[in-house]
Ligand binder design. Structure first.
Ligand code: B12
Ligand code: SF4
Length: 489
């Protein structure tokens, strides 16, 4: 069977998406003909380029070795229809996060107009957490909840054999005015997935910025799932779908290593990015084995993300020896009580500081994640975050304005407290803007602190009045950013 996936990515930010690549590689390995229509490199999305916003406010380092990407200046919708006409798929599958939902709907309506008999399936995070909304959309015939590999394989096999498709597990199927809602099946064993086939995508996806340099980066996973339940994260909703199965699982070391060797050689990977939700949380003995074999057989530097709780002296030595270049630790906010009560992240500041200090003593660069503009947050609380950043001194970091993403508990809190009106929500939130209306912290105040965050974390404290002035003075802001963006915090 022929399946055309539509990878909706309106950020102009590359990286081979793990979920869709796994899915496409798996179906290809079963003999299906798979093509991907990818929106990543269309110039029409330039305004949504998050990297550019981050660079402007000194939040990302300027790139020393820019890559000359080839962007497409044609119209993505016209190109998609042409692709369908040429490839003649038996099924079109949209892979979407919430941010892409309405854009995908525009396109699938158009597909139904031009190719009325062509079935359309939606999968990915948004249909998994908002199935009722998505199945009600007339241009969508089928939705997939949770992991798609086995479900799509069975669907394609049944479509090919012209068999009934209404009882395929993980799928909700609309047929003759009825909706068939099927339960979820067993989770896939990660060892059953074939080696990622990045050849299905534009090879430009291999280039990504890291700490001021563009590098050939391969996004991979060793484990899937997370033991925590932070209130601002949508992963928890995905995991809850699969209860009582254990969503948190990992590959066997043999399989992980053999895949990494293939990818390293085939795509000349300079650095691997382990997308595991919290890489260092794995069992100590497993970690030791993985590290020993990785160092010997793969030997490529890598970076990953982790929870501060997982950082111990022993584990830092292990990742250092394994060749880790950078580890991102979620600080999120600086006030311990606020972090526990609002974010449901119960970790002490002393533990966070200890984690950064351990990394500073090693050769691994510690990086940090943070958010500002959370519900109930005040200017003083944001300064607690700035203060903790000044103490932890991350080598690089990513700070974002909180957005009420679908599937996160905090979204509902924002709606209940009147901080956010979900009527007419497009799910697309510009990265330098707050969409909340909070009496104690107006959106404008959040945006000013976002623009000056880097400065407050780096300048000498006696310059704080000048930075405060720059909150309202774009010329001064640009000048200060120019002076301080290369200064190590
Ligand atoms: C890697 C990543 C990215 C990558 C790749 C995105 C992608 N589409 O894969 C990049 C950097 C591009 C990215 C960008 C953004 N991301 Co992001 N990202 C992640 C991250 C860290 C991992 C996702 C992942 O790989 N999951 C594992 C794979 C196996 O699961 P999966 O992709 O869902 O795929 C499976 C199923 O969904 C299904 N499936 C997927 N597609 C399809 C298609 C069909 C037809 C079918 C049948 C099935 C199916 O089968 C797959 C395999 O089993 C998650 C956080 C997390 N830990 O989950 C956030 C996350 C997904 N991102 C998020 C967000 C908000 C964004 C951004 C809006 C920016 C931002 N503020 O962070 C942009 C939007 C990008 C866009 N598409 O326009 C949110 C999504 C919230 C929501 N409700 O939509 C998450 C959950 C983080 C969070 N804040 O909670 N992101
Ligand atoms: S934010 Fe990170 S640690 Fe928290 S639930 Fe999501 S993936 Fe897990």
């Amino acid at each position: 069977m022929k399946l055309l996936f539509v990878y909706m990515n309106a950020t102009m930010r590359g990286s081979f998406p793990i979920g869709l690549t796994n899915l496409a590689s798996y179906l290809k390995s079963l003999g299906h003909e798979i093509e991907i229509f990818d929106t990543t490199f269309y110039l029409q999305y330039a305004a949504k380029n998050r990297n550019k916003v981050g660079e402007k406010f000194g939040l990302y380092k300027p790139i020393e070795n820019p890559v000359a990407f080839k962007y497409l200046d044609s119209d993505a919708e016209i190109d998609l229809l042409k692709k369908i006409g040429d490839f003649k798929p038996d099924l079109v599958g949209f892979s979407i996060l919430s941010a892409n939902y309405y854009h995908a709907v525009e396109w699938s309506r158009k597909i139904k107009e031009v190719f009325p008999g062509l079935p359309v399936i939606y999968g990915g995070l948004h249909p998994s957490i908002c199935p009722d909304q998505v199945i009600a959309e007339p241009s969508v015939d089928i939705i997939c909840l949770g992991e798609g590999e086995y479900a799509l394989a069975e669907l394609l096999q049944r479509l090919n054999a012209k068999q009934d498709i209404t009882a395929v597990r993980n799928l909700w199927v609309k047929q003759d005015g009825q909706i068939y809602k099927n339960p979820l099946r067993e989770l896939i064993s990660l060892d059953e997935l074939p080696v990622l086939d990045w050849g299905l995508f534009s090879q430009q996806h291999i280039y990504a910025p890291l700490n001021g340099r563009m590098r050939r980066i391969g996004s991979v996973e060793f484990s899937r799932g997370c033991p925590y339940s932070c209130n601002y994260c949508s992963c928890t909703a995905l995991r809850n779908l699969t209860v009582p199965q254990k969503y948190l699982r990992h590959k066997s070391i043999d399989r992980a290593i053999s895949d990494l060797i293939v990818l390293k050689d085939k795509y000349k990977v300079e650095m691997f990015y382990f997308l595991d939700e919290t890489f260092m949380s794995m069992d100590l003995n497993l970690f030791k084995d993985l590290a020993r074999i990785y160092k010997r057989e793969v030997g490529v530097p890598f970076y990953a993300m982790t929870h501060p709780h997982s950082v111990t002296e022993e584990k830092v030595k292990i990742v250092e020896d394994m060749g880790c270049y950078l580890m991102t630790i979620g600080i999120e906010v600086g006030n311990e009580k606020f972090r526990a009560e609002v974010l449901n992240r119960r970790v002490a500041n002393t533990k966070i500081i200890e984690a950064f200090d351990l990394f500073h003593k090693s050769s691994v660069l510690p990086s940090a994640f943070a958010m500002i503009g959370l519900p109930f947050e005040t200017r003083e609380l944001i300064f607690d975050t700035i203060e903790l950043f000044r103490r932890c001194k991350p080598a690089t970091y990513s700070v974002g304005i909180f957005q009420p993403f679908m599937g996160s508990k905090l979204r509902q809190v924002c709606v209940d407290k009147g901080f956010y009106d979900p009527a007419g929500d497009t799910y697309e939130y510009p990265s330098d803007t707050s969409v909340l209306t909070m009496p104690q912290l107006p959106a404008m105040e959040i945006e000013k602190l976002y623009r000056t965050f880097m400065l407050y974390t780096k300048v000498d404290k006696n310059l704080f009045p000048l930075v405060k002035k720059a909150e309202d003075d774009d010329v001064l802001l640009a000048e200060l950013i120019r002076q301080y963006q290369d200064v190590r915090s």
